[in-house]
Design a protein around this ligand. Structure first.
Ligand code: FES
Ligand code: FE2
Length: 374
């Protein structure tokens, strides 16, 4: 059942999907305090493994230092070069690509070529800027703020369910794409099933009925769950799940921790997706896919696990691509729209997301003005 029985206002105006000012406010108030799922533990399994990202106007380097994951601003304190431009790699030491300054696990300098040229040593201004790193299941999160709340506290009700992104589920694929649209268009698309018959006519049969749908709506988190149709693909998937030694829940869940982290789950797979603004009208959408490995061992279980991975990846990517074809047109429509928009009861999670955006970027007063001014 949906929580609301009448339509809702589209709280955000079209210009809030195009404006530089809104983008700046979102970066500062919504994204700066947030935790970002950037990698899985397997990406950084060996000492010296590193990944780099350019996200939210922040170059980041995430590295394994003898088993401990640390994140730093990917900018050298000597003369501001990025430490490395490589997206990933393995190096024995963390060394700047420009003049070869080396840094240890706490971000302090190690070996410096011709160090005497820098006497007297300015200790306070020679450290890398460090960011907090925490994990939930196998997913590695990074936070760019000075004093972040612990990840567990920030994730709140999704901490428990997202623990099994790892464990019984193994990382199968990571992919990302840039889209020519505001990040909220991508996020809002993920929060409703109303578009399914038009956008995914062959991938899914129909959207679920209201009797078969449940929403949970809170200030920072919403969820949707439904029972998958009792058709051949579902029954086959359930058979595979049992063969892998996992009880069948037979439920589809979609959860979002605002502003930008979503997790979808079926018994055969888990997928965590995160959308990052790269400008007022552009974004990057990143997906981490996990498929069921289960507790059972032996050749049959191994074969099922290996069989499930490419199928789940192909279906997930198809859904991702189908949604991806819509975003550009929504953005172009936003730029020219004279309408205020409307949100149906099936789309009520979007209303809660928009409340969150307005509350976070403008404060409750504006929310009151917009909500009362219908
Ligand atoms: S800029 Fe990094 S060592 Fe010079
Ligand atoms: Fe979709």
């Amino acid at each position: 059942m949906f929580t609301n029985q009448t339509h809702l206002q589209h709280l955000l105006r079209p210009d809030q999907y195009t404006s530089e000012e809104q983008y700046r406010a979102e970066l500062r108030h919504l994204f700066r305090p947030a935790w970002h799922p950037l990698a899985v533990k397997a990406d950084l399994a060996r000492p010296g493994d590193f990944l780099t990202f350019d996200l939210l106007e922040t170059p980041v380097l995430l590295r394994n230092f003898n088993g401990e994951l640390r994140a730093f601003l990917n900018v050298c304190p000597h003369r501001h070069s990025k430490l490395t431009d490589r997206p990933r790699g393995n190096t024995e030491r963390l060394r700047c690509q420009y003049h070869g300054w080396e840094f240890n696990a706490d971000g302090r300098t190690g070996k410096i070529p011709d160090a005497k040229a820098f006497r007297p040593w300015d200790r306070d201004n020679s450290c890398l800027k460090r960011f907090a790193v925490e994990t939930c299941g196998d997913v590695v999160f990074v936070n760019f703020s000075e004093n972040p709340v612990p990840l567990r506290e920030w994730l709140g009700p999704v901490w428990g369910p997202w623990q099994d992104y790892g464990g019984d589920y193994r990382h199968a694929a990571t992919w990302e794409r840039e889209f020519p649209c505001n990040w909220k268009i991508v996020l809002e698309n993920s929060l409703e099933s109303y578009h399914i018959p038009e956008v995914h006519p062959t991938t899914f049969k129909e959207f679920s009925t209201e009797e078969n749908s449940w929403h949970e709506l809170t200030e920072t988190f919403t969820s949707y769950r439904t029972v998958p149709p009792n058709d051949l693909p579902t029954r086959s998937a359930n058979w595979l799940v049992r063969r892998l030694g996992r009880p069948v829940e037979n439920m589809y869940w979609h959860r979002v921790r605002h502003p930008h982290v979503t997790g979808a789950s079926l018994d055969v797979m888990r997928i965590m997706q995160c959308v990052f603004p790269t400008g007022p009208t552009s974004c990057r959408y990143r997906s981490l896919l996990f498929t069921l490995r289960g507790a059972r061992r032996g050749p049959l279980a191994w074969a099922i696990y290996r069989f499930l991975r490419p199928i789940a990846a192909a279906v997930a990517r198809q859904v991702f691509d189908e949604d991806g074809r819509i975003y550009g047109g929504v953005q172009r429509g936003m730029a020219a729209s004279p309408h205020r928009g409307v949100i149906g009861t099936r789309e009520e999670r979007i209303f809660h997301f928009q409340e969150y955006v307005i509350r976070g970027t403008r404060g409750p007063r504006e929310l009151g003005v917009v909500a009362d001014g219908a």
